[in-house]
Design a protein around this ligand. Sequence first.
Ligand code: FNR
Length: 450
Amino acid sequence: MTRDSEVGLFLALDAEREILRTAALSCGLQCIDLLTSDPILHAENLPPLIVTDTTAGPWETARCGTFSNYDAPTLLLVSDQDRPCTSIASTHGPSSSTAPACVLTRPLSLDKVIITLRTAAAVMASSSQRHQALMDDLSYCRSIFNCVSNGITISDANVPDLPLTYVNPAFERMTGYSSSEVYGLSCRFLQGTDRNQPELPIIREALRTGGETHVVLRNYRKDGTRFWNELNLSTIRDREGRITHFVGIQNDVTQQIEATRQLEHLAHHDVLTGLANRGLLMSRLDQALQQARRRKTSVAVLYLDLNNFKEINDIFGHESGDRVLVTIADRLRSVVRAGETVARLGGDEFVVVLEDISADRQPRDVMQRLVAKLSETVSILGTEILPTTSVGLALFPKDGDTAAALLRAADFEMYLDKQDTLAHAIAEGKRLDKQRHAPSHAALAIPAHR
Ligand code: FNR
């Protein structure tokens, strides 16, 4: 006796149960009384065909979830009214667990019941193969969902807030949350408090219109670490085209995004000091000039060059020279305001762009503060050295109205300052010679001035 030949009786009237038992016997079916056999009422043990006078029964309470193994039984409804008989095969499956496939109209006669049961048994037999194939497909899907590296989430489209009804193991690994922790929740919990993301209105619109969408979001794992989630959202529809579920496919793209950002940073910044490079300086300066034209304000460009960097390198070595450059970069950053551009053009040349100019913040004052800061001693290999700086200042629009012109003007001013400094140093050297007192590393102690 196979399960396909079992018929469950869930009928209140003794007389009707008796007619069904006799009819089943003559159809070669085995009757199981579901009202009296408690253990069998577990959803997974129900016979594939149930004759009942109510659509509410154990099949109703044990509604199948997404990807459940539960094979919902076909119902043969005993009713006082005649109702159209739908195809038994079409009701066989989890999505229509309580729809009656056929109706037996009262009063029941043995002949009528036998005919209906035979038809039901025949259709069941032919549909069981198709059903098995369907179950196999579902089982394949389940195995695929279990082994893919993408997170897969399914939410119920017909419940407010679209609660999750399924997440696969990859979701659990990616987020650190177990399925039982997240079932019933909206997936927005993955955003934590980071709710100001431009992609969220795109998702809302896609969910509202039932469209598909592809976004990259900042999400947070259970341990609080951030990850970039490339999310594909799509819909599942029933035969009538109504949306029943939303499906989310997640891909953790944190490594790719961080590698791309690092490459972008390298393309626009000086590796040693982390300051902007020439390319970034020029584009920021262009932007600053556009803004200054609109607002009718000024922009200052300061061109700085260390006077004694070659000597520092020659005497202390390149590693020490690099340390001095990093110190200079930190000092420049510490004087300018957040958001203002500080760039290294290569070697010992630096450029600062000042956009926030006012009566209280004159470029020459900032320049003097910069020079003073850069002239503080730097300790290298136990020796205190005094870096000195030449500096040139150019102002928009007075000294140039393009980024290149301003840079040239500031460079030229810096050159004049350097000549001044050299002449001063030579005069100072001669004076010291006369006194027959030559200090060690005299070249390093050229005072910054101007
Ligand atoms: C989502 N949402 C979502 N959001 C997120 O930050 N990470 C994710 O992995 C997912 N996955 C996901 C799957 C499915 C199936 C749905 C339907 C939605 C989006 C999230 O739940 C919510 O819709 C958006 O935050 C926008 O709506 P609210 O939060 O403004 O209501």
